[in-house]
Design a protein around this ligand. Structure first.
Ligand code: NI
Length: 163
């Protein structure tokens, strides 16, 4: 496994629409392992492939405090959503700031796992927010375009969740 460089806002790769994954090649498996390691190393709760410069529909999420709940999403799609939550959101590609974003409170996602088996995942709260945020990355959308009001600075000590 290896850490990958996280691309930051302004890099055109973050604004492109990613292509679906058709096969799990050794290269894709390596990418997934590296993304998990990079996300955990950076203290984020999610990371999408374009954030490490790869235009494929792959994202990883882990909303646990201790890195014990990794979820791999391949070609994910939100198929149902309900409710609403408004709260601070951040992104590893937009370091040092957060902003208020409204997302669904619950989502149902159809996705494929790391072996390309189709699975349906239900999520609520922070996990639902992370799913929405990461799936937006796969369509070239950063959360900053959804922020209500101003972005505000966060310091590492604030323990803000970055996605
Ligand atoms: Ni992000």
């Amino acid at each position: 496994m290896a850490l990958r460089t996280i691309r930051t806002e302004g890099d055109p790769v973050l604004e492109k629409i990613c292509k679906p994954v058709k096969d799990i090649t050794p290269r894709i498996s390596q990418l997934i392992d590296d993304m998990l390691e990079t996300m955990h190393d950076a203290g984020g709760v999610g990371l999408a492939a374009p954030q490490v410069g790869v235009l494929r529909r792959i994202a990883v999420i882990d909303v646990s405090e201790d890195g014990t709940d990794p979820v791999v999403l391949i070609n994910p799609e939100i198929i149902e959503q309900s409710g609403e939550q408004t709260g601070d959101e951040g992104c590893l590609s937009v370091p040092g700031v957060a902003g208020k974003v409204t997302r669904p409170e619950t989502v149902k996602v159809r996705t494929f796992d790391k072996d390309l088996n189709e699975v349906i995942l239900d999520a609520e709260g922070l996990k639902a927010r992370a799913f929405c945020h990461e799936i937006d990355h796969l369509d070239g959308k950063l959360y900053t375009r959804l922020v209500e009001g101003e972005l505000h600075e966060v310091s590492y000590e604030d323990d803000e969740e970055e996605e």
